[in-house]
Design a protein around this ligand. Structure first.
Ligand SMILES: *[C@@H]1O[C@H](CO)[C@@H](O)[C@H](O)[C@H]1NC(C)=O
Length: 245
């Protein structure tokens, strides 16, 4: 703890003793409460216990154990330390908004429309429009039938967090197919200049094509393999092993 109390730099100490490992570490944190409210924190932990902390909102150190309370009191009387902390806080305040701008750029979602089994529905078919990896959270996903918005038999999940600052949403449409109609999923989002429309393809030819190409490739491979094996057999069966003495 002795060394760690004399931060301002990030301090990481690892002690090994016969009793086991002791782990002390310091954390410098810039907390973004909102784009104009930034809190600078400096924390020293030892074996996961917070011992002492500088909080820029309070403008002083706080000790959380008997010993560190004394240290915090001393540090709070030390102008050099407090001045350095205010400098660190300023750094935080200049760097963070810039990062915030960078991170808050809209991210365009990837969208697919496919049919899923309609279970327990009065309709024959069910489509799902999956919208992955967008930012920010606000989004509007709607269904269009021949260009007209469909409002009934539509259900949707909430905007779910994917855990990586990005969001996903899944919208379902139950319907009874009619020949010649066009069904599509429309997405409106900050990353898009205008609403983007993703049409549902009832007979996804691409899948069938992939299977066809794959099968043709496999057959061609087999032909070459067969020819090779036949050729090899022909050439080896004619050979006679000459015994050496
Ligand atoms: C920092 O101090 C402010 C004001 O007392 C308080 O609201 C905030 O919770 C403190 N932050 C931490 C992480 O202790």
């Amino acid at each position: 703890m002795g060394v760690c109390s004399f931060f301002p730099l990030l301090c990481l100490l690892l002690f090994f003793s016969r009793a086991g490992a002791l782990f002390g570490y310091g954390l410098l944190r810039c907390q973004l409460i909102s784009s104009d409210n930034i809190v600078y924190l400096e924390q020293v932990y030892f074996n996961k216990v917070l011992l002492v902390q500088y909080n820029s909102t309070l403008g002083q150190y706080t000790g959380y154990t008997r010993q560190t309370k004394e240290i915090a009191d001393d540090l709070n009387k030390n102008h050099a330390f407090l001045t350095q902390e205010r400098k660190n806080e300023e750094k935080c305040k200049t760097i963070l908004p810039w990062m915030f701008d960078d991170f808050s750029k809209p991210v365009e979602p990837s969208v697919t429309v496919r049919s899923v089994e309609a279970v327990g529905s009065k309709h024959q078919s069910m489509l799902v429009c999956t919208v992955y990896n967008f930012y920010p959270k606000q989004i509007r996903v709607t269904w269009l039938r021949n260009g007209e918005e469909v409002t009934s038999d539509v259900t949707s999940t909430d905007e779910l967090s994917s855990g990586n600052w990005l969001y996903q949403i899944h919208s379902y449409l139950e319907f009874t197919p009619r020949p010649g109609e066009k069904i599509s999923c429309m997405v409106e989002h900050a990353s898009l200049m205008q609403p983007k429309i993703y049409e549902w393809d009832p007979a996804p030819g691409s899948e069938i094509n992939k299977i066809a190409v794959g099968t043709a490739g496999l057959l061609l491979g087999l032909v070459f393999f067969g020819t090779g094996v036949t050729y090899y057999k022909k050439n080896t069966t004619g050979q006679v092993l000459v015994p050496t003495s």
